[in-house]
Design a protein around this ligand. Sequence first.
Ligand SMILES: [Zn+2]
Ligand SMILES: [Zn+2]
Length: 142
Amino acid sequence: MAKSHGSCLFKEVTYTSTGDPVMQALCHCLPCRKVSGGTHTTNLLVPLTAFSLKSYALPHPGGMTLTIYFCENCGTKIYKEGSADAFKGIAIVQASTLDGRIGEKVEGMGIEDVKIGGELYVKDRVGWLQGRDGTGQMREFV
Ligand SMILES: [Zn+2]
Ligand SMILES: [Zn+2]
């Protein structure tokens, strides 16, 4: 995979990802709804590399600790970490921070390039949002 670049709202925080995503998924869990301010998060799970960002941690309803890393200046959430074994060594990058753009010369992935492989926590998906056909529909993380 080519390098992908991402940033916060004001490009105060930038990052480069070189790892192929091990999973690309929507998550509808309640913390993701609060974190995004919307109905869900769009997540790229990539090998964890060194970020130096402010963070806070909270208990996730699934039983793990969820740590959220954000730009301390503008508050943009860049990625999450989950303490469950399934997320060890993984950065759950918020795909809307990707800067690749179709038709523009920004190297790497953008939000339009995400290939959703599954939806997590569909039990919490808002009623007026349809599930995606042909993708895994997981009630919680499994
Ligand atoms: Zn979630
Ligand atoms: Zn920022």
